[in-house]
Ligand binder design. Structure first.
Ligand SMILES: [Zn+2]
Ligand SMILES: [Zn+2]
Length: 120
């Protein structure tokens, strides 16, 4: 089992996303791998897509994934909740992380399509 780095849900497979953490720049110049569940991946990707066509410059703060101080965009997620099943929440992500998620989503969809093709 793995935990989603955004909503913390425990699932068998998370989607790998390569994130550049400014704090780990020297020890991990290639970036580090984070894992997102498909629901967070989709939500973050939609935010990234919308951002491309909007003029919103975001809110300054600390990115929930890489910890960078940057202009952030809110991404709506659902956290697992014991009382309600799931609870709506939002995380703040920087443009770099959103771009990394867009890329990861594309690769993930391609990988899924390939797997599908191989099985048939
Ligand atoms: Zn998640
Ligand atoms: Zn970030």
């Amino acid at each position: 089992m793995a935990d989603c780095d955004l909503c913390t849900v425990a699932i068998p497979t998370v989607v790998p996303v390569r994130i550049f953490v400014p704090r780990f720049e020297h020890s991990y110049p290639e970036g580090i791998w984070k894992g997102l569940c498909e629901s967070c991946l989709k939500s973050a990707k939609e935010t990234a897509d919308k951002l491309a066509s909007s003029s919103s410059c975001g809110t300054a703060g600390k990115c929930n994934l890489c910890g960078a101080i940057a202009q952030l965009q809110p991404v709506q997620i659902f956290r697992p909740s014991f009382s309600k099943g799931q609870e709506e929440d939002s995380v703040m992500l920087c443009k770099k992380c959103l771009a990394a998620i867009q890329k990861a989503d594309k690769e993930w969809q391609e990988q899924k399509a390939n797997e599908h093709a191989e099985h048939h």
